[in-house]
Each structure stands twice: as C-alpha cells, then as structure tokens.
Design a protein around this ligand. Structure first.
Ligand code: PRP
Ligand code: URA
Length: 209
C-alpha cells in the first residue's frame, strides 16, 4: 500500500486558508497555489537521490552533492495542474515537463483524456504528477495510468486537497504511487466536489466562472 503524506507545515496551512476563501480573487489564488506548490515540492522531493560532485570554494576543493535535475519529470493534469508547475520548477529548473489533458464528465464524473505529451525518457525519471484536487480520484488514476503506459515507473502524486474517496481510489488502482497532500477534507458532495474544498480549481485559477 502506498504512503499518504499530509504536509501540514504552518506556512502551507496558512496559505491554504486563503486559497480556500471564496473571496480570494484569481490573481491571488494563482500566486498562492504557486507558492504552496514550491513549499510542497520541498517535502515531495525529500528522498531524491544525490550524486557526488566536487566544487572549488574560495578556500579550496569541496566534495559535495548534487541532484541531477535531468532525472525529474513534472507532469500536470490540465487544466488546474498548470497552476502548480512553475512553483516546482523554481526548485528544480531542469526538470522536464509533461501535460495530460483530462476533464471530468460532469454527469458521470468519469475522467475523459484528450491530450498527452510527456518527456520521452520517462522510465528513468522520478515523476511528480500534479493536480490541486483529488476528488473521486478518477482523473489522477487515469493520469497515472497514462504515464505508466508510456513507460513511467517511479511516480508520486502531489495535490493540494484530497477527499478520502480519491485517496482510496488511487491507492487501490496504483498501490505503488505515494500521495502528497496539504489537506484531507471530509467528503464529496452530490456533484463530486470536495467538501469543504476550495470549489472548482480550474475556474478559480483562470477566472472562467
Ligand atoms: C478537476 C481537477 C482534477 C479533477 C478531480 O479538473 O483539477 O483534475 O477535477 O476530480 P476527480 O478526482 O473526481 O477526477 P476538471 O475536471 O474540473 O477539469 P479542468 O481542470 O479542465 O477544469
Ligand atoms: N474538481 C475541482 O476543481 N474541485 C473539486 O472539489 C472536485 C473536482
């Protein structure tokens, strides 16, 4: 069974309060999601492998460590995952970036995939799949499946807010994928929205409603 890591650092919890607030406008919402993605990336990448290297300090040679940015891939589920990409790239600027277009059918709540463009050498990369919302879990499970079908092996999922149902779905379908979230909320409502959640992440990021 995969690990569920709730990243409850005070800075993240503080910013999440304003992300949830319905009075927060799109500009502030985008900035806050970007900041929280950076803060979460710190924890999500905690176990990345380091390589030995050497630099010369002003005093002399120093044996030290380096993360090979080439070994990381960040994949966003469109649209809302886009809001988390830059925040991660601030810490790992050389990571390769992929996109999977998935929307949730409003009637059936089933994920519909419409686009997929991923780094070619997925098999060797540590993949961080990002989407702010893990509701039924259908979109995330489909995104993980799409990555696996194209060769991805080492995948972790990073979301802002999850419902217990979504965590369960991903753990059942992809027990090898660890899940990192800032909060686990109560439940889903009859329209499949997380309660209390933050509303529609894509619409709030891009001002479409
Ligand atoms: C939202 C969200 C997730 C999905 C979560 O996307 O960003 O991708 O719903 O729901 P699930 O866990 O029940 O699958 P949405 O379908 O609204 O698409 P959009 O980002 O393009 O608006
Ligand atoms: N998608 C969202 O954007 N928000 C939810 O609460 C559930 C799915």
């Amino acid at each position: 069974m995969s690990k569920v890591c709730i990243i409850d650092h005070p800075l993240i919890q503080h910013k999440l309060t304003f992300i949830r607030d319905r009075n927060t406008n799109s500009k502030d919402f985008r900035e806050l999601v970007d900041e929280v993605a950076t803060l979460m990336a710190y924890e999500v990448t905690r176990d990345l492998k380091l390589e030995d290297t050497e630099v010369i300090t002003p005093i002399g040679p120093c044996k030290t460590k380096i993360i090979s940015g080439q070994d990381v891939g960040v994949v966003a589920i469109l649209r809302a995952g886009l809001g988390m990409i830059d925040g991660i790239l601030k810490l790992i600027p050389n990571a390769k970036v992929g996109y999977i277009g998935i929307y949730r059918d409003p009637e059936t709540l089933q994920p519909v995939e419409y686009y997929c463009k991923l780094p070619v050498d997925l098999a060797h990369r540590e993949i961080v799949l990002v989407d702010p919302m893990l509701a039924t879990g259908g979109s995330a499970a489909a995104g993980i499946q799409a990555i696996k079908e194209r060769g991805g092996k080492k995948i972790r999922l990073m979301c802002l807010i999850a419902a217990p149902e979504g965590i369960r779905t991903v753990q059942e379908r992809h027990p090898d994928v660890d899940i990192y979230v800032a909060a686990v909320d109560e439940c889903l409502n009859s329209h499949g929205y997380i309660v209390p959640g933050l509303g529609d992440a894509g619409d709030r990021l891009f001002g479409t409603k």
